[in-house]
Ligand binder design. Structure first.
Ligand code: MG
Length: 367
């Protein structure tokens, strides 16, 4: 499908903070995607927890494989809706760059440590990485990405932080939307993690097919398989259902969003920003999605085994933070970001950038 007038367009963008000559054989969003793929924070996603700690097994999702799955789903949706596929891919690959080690447990722990210094938000951290922490260019810090890429990376933001971010933070104050490509990635993220967490949860032994069948969304995609379940290998059963669930969610999202877009009829990205969210599931699917998310929270994210990991992670992050506050000389030379007077921010940057295994190693060394 050709791109529509409300798709993001690099030629109409306010561009980069530091002007650069245009690329000769790529559009500017493709160029951003390539900058993300070549940055060191992207490579470290391979060793960061999604739900299961990286060393718990080789077959579980990591932040890297999660980001690639999000990108696959977002690109499919963007293409059908006539949006800019390269921008959707860029935002997908960058959306989790700011995550700490140990998944949400790590983020919560670091946020708690940073409470009196302004807190820690992983979305803001993703932006800090692409805006200043990556050091790869002679003329500027960060990756100098396009406005729409940065806008999409900053998915959530507190009003307090939004006020410090200038134009990029304004939409949170005015309650405006980002581009459709960013809206697509937000939901592609949800589709990816609901489905891969079912898959990982099953293979870890924490979720069973019998229990999953209590969810409408799962059951509606499994009924014919359930009738002959004794003949089907359980892993193939899960793979088949997960594949169908992704397809069902993506198909619903596309059909529902097409209707909403038709109703509001945006003709430019400015229209999209001023309108309510245009990318949305149908009301029916929203209900079923809520049901399965609630189930996953109880059965998986709050499972004793996952919570035991969460506890360990919280202790590691707390101890690392306190250790570096007491021993600032232990932060590697050259790590401090020149523009920050606040040392707590340097520590947060250092800890947030660690992989799971590096955080464990440093923690063991300070014993
Ligand atoms: Mg994600």
């Amino acid at each position: 499908m050709t791109k529509v007038s409300y798709a993001a367009n690099p030629l109409l963008s306010s561009g980069r903070l530091f002007p650069e000559p245009t690329a000769s054989f790529r559009n500017e969003f493709q160029r951003d995607r390539d900058r993300i793929i070549h940055c060191s924070a992207f490579r470290r996603l391979e060793y960061k927890t999604q739900v299961f700690v990286n060393h718990e097994g080789d077959m579980f999702r990591t932040r890297l494989t999660h980001s690639i799955e999000v990108s696959q789903i977002a690109r499919s949706i963007a293409r059908v809706l006539g949006c800019h596929e390269d921008l959707a891919e860029t935002i997908s690959l960058a959306h989790d760059l700011g995550h700490t080690p140990f998944g949400h447990a790590g983020q919560d722990a670091l946020n708690h440590c940073m409470k009196k210094y302004g807190g820690f938000e992983h979305n803001i951290q993703s932006l800090r990485i692409v805006d200043s922490l990556e050091k790869r260019y002679t003329h500027f810090d960060g990756l100098n990405l396009m406005y729409e890429s940065r806008e999409g990376i900053l998915k959530h933001c507190s009003i307090m932080n939004a006020k410090k971010l200038g134009i990029l933070g304004e939409r949170f104050i005015k309650q405006q939307q980002p581009s459709l490509e960013a809206q697509i990635v937000n939901i592609a993220d949800e589709i990816a993690y609901i489905n891969h967490d079912i898959d990982d949860g099953f293979r870890s032994g924490l979720l069973t097919i019998d229990a999953l069948m209590s969810n409408y969304l799962f059951k509606s995609c499994a009924e014919d398989l359930w009738k002959k379940k004794s003949e089907i290998n359980q892993e193939i059963f899960i793979n088949e259902v997960v594949r169908r669930m992704i397809n069902k969610m993506v198909s619903d999202l596309i059909a529902s969003s097409q209707k909403i877009i038709k109703q509001y009829n945006p003709t430019s990205l400015e229209d999209v920003r001023a309108m309510p969210p245009l990318i949305s599931f149908s009301q029916e699917l929203l209900q079923h999605k809520l049901e399965i998310k609630h189930y996953l929270r109880k059965a998986l994210y709050e499972h004793d085994k996952v919570l035991a990991m969460t506890d360990k992670a919280r202790n590691i992050i707390n101890r690392l933070f306190n250790y570096f506050m007491d021993n600032p000389a232990q932060i590697p030379a050259g790590f401090k970001n020149g523009s920050d007077d606040d040392f707590s921010l340097t520590i947060a940057d250092y800890i947030a950038g660690m992989t799971d295994r590096f955080a464990i190693q440093i923690h063991n060394n300070i014993d």
